[in-house]
Design a binder for this molecule. Structure first.
Ligand code: PMP
Length: 395
């Protein structure tokens, strides 16, 4: 029998050699607070409804799904309308298997060899990785020390790099920082000026933002180069179904048709997502509970002496540990999995159920009692207190 090729012998693309696959460790520990999931499982009633929808979809499983996912996109347009402040049409919304696939389709359509995507780091690493996987160059610019971005910095970076895609994550992962509309408007104005690119505002965590924090959706009517991406993985507690979507001008959706695989969104996915959207009030009811745990973590971690970045998402960045890897391991040894996002001194923790947050805060208390892991805190610009959460948007 012929010897199989080793990994190194494969005719892999040169730019993929030496790369590691993206992904958080999936470990079997009691408290999982590392992937920004919504900790609330679907109710028995919703499980039943999703099961019935999947069973109905199974009766036509011999047929391909609706390639354009028209009904799902109409439901998503309806859902977004209150947040946008104007009536979105089906042809202004597009859906795919998680917002990661939406981001990939954007890179396939607007990026590619010889083109550059711009991002402001630290941010969601997949923006850079998806750019790379689609042959798009990457320009990473730093955020301010408090993890914000200024309108002047965004304008200057766009003029300098002339990117085909600008990624702005709001609220940002892993810092929780939301961007005010003047930053988004500055980015849109700069790409209008250069005429080279699209501005993608990744709003995966939008529903968790605090009162008064704007969504980029409201800018869509006046900004033809703007794309706003969202997901059902977080607020809708539907990470397992893999549904992400975007809102943009209809020409953008026409462009994405050129790169999407035919029938990319299965009949089952479409049916389950539509069922979840029909139960939006119930599902989004969990958002207030998650925000309460987030605000509690911000307050109690601050009280414990940690630096904590203000958060508009369902997670909190805290530190600053002399060795965040050692702190991560100590929490894991206590049965709590948080995320080491590779940001020196910092760890990210997802807002879980009250009992999970209890366990997490108790473990941090133990950690801080050890002088070797005591964090330095008050000297960091991001370490400010945040007021308690109010109601945001439509959530
Ligand atoms: N954008 C951001 C900022 C994220 O944090 C995530 C998930 N961690 C995603 C997009 C992708 O989520 P999904 O593919 O589940 O929609």
């Amino acid at each position: 029998m012929t010897r199989p090729l080793t990994f190194d012998e494969l005719p892999l693309r040169d730019d993929l050699r030496g790369q590691a696959p993206y992904g958080a460790p999936q470990l079997d520990v009691p408290v999982l607070l590392n992937t920004n999931e919504n900790p609330h499982p679907p109710s028995a009633g919703l499980v039943d409804a999703m099961g019935k929808a999947a069973a109905l979809a199974a009766t036509e499983a011999n047929r391909y799904p609706d390639r354009q996912a028209e009904a799902l996109r109409a439901d998503l347009a309806y859902y977004l309308t209150p947040d946008a402040g104007f009536g979105l049409r089906t042809d202004q919304v597009w859906a795919a298997n998680g917002s990661n696939e939406v981001l990939q389709q954007l890179c396939q359509a607007f990026g590619g060899p010889g083109r550059v995507a711009l991002g402001f780091e630290p941010s969601y690493t997949m923006h850079r990785l998806i750019a790379m996987a689609t042959g798009t160059g990457w320009a990473g610019e730093p955020r301010e020390p408090d993890f914000t971005i200024t309108p002047a910095a965004v304008t200057e970076a766009i003029r300098r790099h002339r990117p085909s895609l600008v990624f702005l994550t709001s609220p940002n992962n892993p810092t929780g920082t939301a961007l005010p509309n003047d930053v988004l408007a500055a980015a849109c104005a700069a790409v209008d000026e250069t005429g080279t690119g699209m501005v993608v505002v990744d709003e995966a965590y939008a529903e968790f933002r605090r009162a008064g924090v704007a969504s980029a959706l409201a800018l869509l009517p006046s900004r033809p180069r703007l794309v706003v991406t969202r997901t059902m993985s977080k607020a809708f507690a539907l990470a397992g179904a893999r549904v992400g979507y975007l809102a943009a001008h209809s020409a953008v959706i026409d462009a994405l048709q050129l790169v999407r695989l035919p029938y990319h969104l299965s009949t089952f996915t479409q049916a389950v997502a539509r069922t979840a959207l029909a139960h939006a009030d119930e599902l989004l009811g969990t958002v207030e509970a998650v925000k309460a745990q987030r605000d509690r973590m911000v307050a109690e971690l601050t009280g414990l002496g940690c630096a904590v970045a203000p958060s508009d998402a369902n997670f909190v960045l805290f530190g600053r540990f002399p060795d965040q890897r050692a702190a991560w391991q100590a929490l894991l040894d206590a049965g709590i999995l948080v995320r080491d996002v590779g940001l020196a001194g910092w760890l990210r923790v997802t807002a879980g159920l009250p009992s999970e947050v209890d366990a997490f805060l108790a473990a941090v208390g133990v950690l801080l009692a050890d002088p070797a892991t005591t964090p330095a805190c008050s000297d960091h610009p991001a370490a400010t207190r945040q007021p308690a959460s109010g109601k945001a948007g439509h959530a």
